[in-house]
Design a binder for this molecule. Structure first.
Ligand code: SF4
Length: 292
């Protein structure tokens, strides 16, 4: 048993999934037909935390299946697609436990996410090698942080705003099942890695799922949680950034090619702080009633 209660993230591989017994796992698949089936396979020996379905076509071309209702689902699609087609899909997505993520590299993504959120679909941005439009991103953050009417959530901003604590750091990679404090990644050969990127790059912690139970003693695992300190050994864009506590250098590798994160996330941390203080004040104002 994994005493640290990590959630295991793996590919859609039945043989692998049947090898272990975890409280919760995430399965990544590119096959829409396989979502319900793989969910049932997981439940034989494990519990489904989420199925992550990545599709190459636009969301508006998707045909959600009946058995998707059985599992929590993340869908990663490049774009929303044509609005009228999306209206049909929206109707089918509404009864599901689903978050839809769109690629941050497309101009229309930022307004499409506002539309989806307004129509009640929990959604978010995912980031890959495509450039981020920081101006549009800031507008989307404002939309999330200062809602005029109730809407569905938009990640990772909703997570950052709701998890923010004035004296603590946040790792919003958890939104993408990629925070090593909570998730570990495993391939079909049982190589285990801290992140999805490490798994792809062959930077493994160890081989063998049974070793996860001793992960708290693993040197590389322990070292990972000290690596952030090295960033403060010298002045850098991230170590001097006001938004460090909510970003942690997530966009560090694109600082030169795609600058703008500092301004956008500095606004977000100010908003998170305001949100936190308002919530505290509201809690103080609540009348203390006797227990019934
Ligand atoms: S917002 Fe940019 S500069 Fe600031 S910590 Fe994140 S990656 Fe570094």
């Amino acid at each position: 048993m994994n005493k640290m209660k990590h959630i295991l993230v793996c590919e859609d591989n039945e043989e692998l999934i049947r090898k272990f017994s975890f409280e919760a796992i995430v399965v990544k698949t590119k096959n829409p037909e396989h979502v319900g089936h793989i969910g049932r396979v997981v439940e034989e020996t494990n519990k489904v935390h989420c199925i992550e379905l990545t599709i190459e076509d636009n969301l508006s071309g998707l045909n959600p299946l009946d058995d998707w209702k059985e599992v929590p689902l993340h869908i990663k699609a490049p774009r929303m697609g044509h609005f009228l087609d999306f209206v049909r899909v929206r109707h089918l997505l509404a009864p599901l436990s689903v978050r839809v993520f769109l690629n941050s590299g497309y101009e229309e993504t930022y307004t499409d996410l506002q539309l989806m959120s307004s129509l009640g679909i929990n959604c978010g941005l995912y980031f890959d090698e495509n450039p981020i439009n920081w101006k549009e991103c800031t507008d989307l953050m404002d939309f999330v942080v200062y809602p005029k009417v109730p809407r569905a959530t938009v990640e990772p901003f909703h997570y950052i705003i709701t998890e923010y604590q004035p004296k603590e750091t946040i790792n919003f990679s958890g939104v993408y099942f990629n925070n090593p404090e909570k998730y570990l990644h495993i391939d079909k050969n049982e190589n285990v890695a801290l992140t999805a990127e490490n798994l792809t790059a062959g930077k493994y912690l160890f081989n063998g799922v049974e070793q996860i139970q001793n992960i708290a003693e693993n040197k590389a695992y322990k070292a990972y949680f000290q690596t952030w300190k090295k960033k403060f050994h010298k002045i850098s864009a991230c170590s001097a950034c006001p938004a460090w506590r909510i970003c942690g250098g997530f966009f560090e590798n694109r600082l030169e090619s795609n600058p703008g994160c500092r301004e956008a996330f500095s606004e977000l941390i100010d908003a998170a702080d305001l949100h936190y203080n308002n919530k505290e004040k509201e809690n103080e104002k609540q009348p203390q009633l006797c227990q019934l």
